[in-house]
Structures are given as structure tokens and as C-alpha cells.
Design a protein. Structure first.
Length: 37
């Protein structure tokens, strides 16, 4: 994501409940459709 200013606010809403136990943020240069990071 390219910011239009000094910072960006992003969010993610999930349903049903989501557990952060195994959550892993993708690398900054990863793009959808390019395989699993």
C-alpha cells in the first residue's frame, strides 16, 4: 500500500472470530497472486 501522506490507517474485519495465535504479517513487498510469502 502506498500512503498518500505521512501515515495510513488500515483495518481488517473478520467473521467468525479470528485468533492471532498463528497470525503472520506478509512481507512489505508481497503482492496478492504472487504465492505464499
Amino acid at each position: 500500500m502506498q500512503s498518500a501522506g505521512d501515515w495510513s490507517l488500515i483495518g481488517c474485519t473478520v467473521s467468525p472470530a479470528f485468533s492471532f495465535d498463528d497470525f503472520e504479517l506478509a512481507p512489505r513487498d508481497w503482492m496478492p497472486g504472487h504465492g505464499h510469502p
